[in-house]
Design a protein around this ligand. Sequence first.
Ligand code: F6P
Length: 342
Amino acid sequence: MRIGIMTSGGDCPGLNAVIRGAVLNGIKSYGHEFVGFRDGWRGVKEGDAMELPRTAVRGISKQGGTILGTSRTNAFEGADSGPENIAATLERVGVDAIIAIGGEGTLAGAKRLTDAGLKIVGVPKTIDNDLDATDYTFGFDTANQIAVEAIDRLRTTGESHHRCMIAEVMGRHVGWLALHAGMASGAHAILIPEQSTTMEQIYAWVSEARDRGRAPLVVVAEGFVPEGAEEAFSERGLDAFGRPRLGGIGEQLAPFIEDATGIETRATVLGHIQRGGVPSAFDRVLATRLGMAAVDSVTDEAWGSMVSLRGTKINRVPFQAALNNLKRVPQDRYEEAKILFG
Ligand code: F6P
C-alpha cells in the first residue's frame, strides 16, 4: 500500500517520532510505501505531498516540531475540500490510505471523511492531554517537563524577592498541564477550568503560603476564569492608555492578588515554549509505538479507528470514542492536589 501521513493542528513534541515509527514499521514489516502531506489538511486537499523513504526519517524522532509542517486548515472548507474532492486528489497522487495525526478537530474531520468512504486511521496528539479514550497523549510529558523547569526558575527569583509568582501554562479547556506542572513544582495554588474557584480562595492560599514564610507560587491554566470575578476584571483590565489589557489570565490575576494580599506579584506566560524543542524519552517511545501501531491498523484496514494508550498497551478505538467528550481532570485528582495548596 502507499500510505499518506499528515500532521494537523497545533504542533507537539513527538510528531516526528510517530512519522518515523510508521515509516519504519511499514517498510520493514509490510513493504508499504509512504508519502507525507505538507501542512495538514491543506496538503491533503491540494495533493501537496513529499516522498517519505526510509532515509527521510533517519534520526528525526528526537527533533521537535514536524518535518511535514502543520496547519489548522479544515478538511471541509474551500473549493477543494470534502470527501469527493479529497478522494480524487488521493487517486491523483496515488495514495491508498491516510494516517492522520492530530487532536480533536483533526480527528473529527477524519471521522467525517471515513464515514464517507475514505480510508483513514488516526493517531491522537495534543500537549493538553484532553483527548478521550487514551490515557496520555504524546507531547504532554514534554510540555509538562518544560513547564516544571520554568516554574522551578520562577520559584527561586520569587523567593529572592519575597514575591508571589504566577505561572500561566497552556490548556484552553482542561487543566492537565497545570495540575501536573503545579504538583511537580510544589505550587501553593493550582487553578484549572474544570474547578470553579473564587478570588477569595486564591487570596487565602497565597496568604497562607506567605504567612509560613514561603514565596507563594500559583500555577494557572490559560482557560481558567475565577468564579464571579468577570466584572471586576473588566473594570480593572485597562492599560495606562485606558485600553482593555490584552494579557492572559495570569497577568489579569496578578494586580488583584497584589492588592488583596499586599504581596508583590508577577505573572509569566509560558506559552508556545511548552510546545517547542526535543521530545522527552517517554514521548519519543509513546509516539514511536503509536506510529507503528497506526501502520498495523492500516494493514488490517481498520478504517475509522484511532490508536490509543491504555495502561501500557496500545490498542484501537473508534474515532467517535475520542470525540464524545473532552478528557477533563477528574474531581479526585484535583482534591488530591488541593491537599497540598496553601
Ligand atoms: O491545543 C494545543 C494548544 O497548545 C493549546 O494549549 C493552546 O491553547 C493552543 O494550542 C494554542 O494554539 P495556537 O498555537 O494556534 O496559538
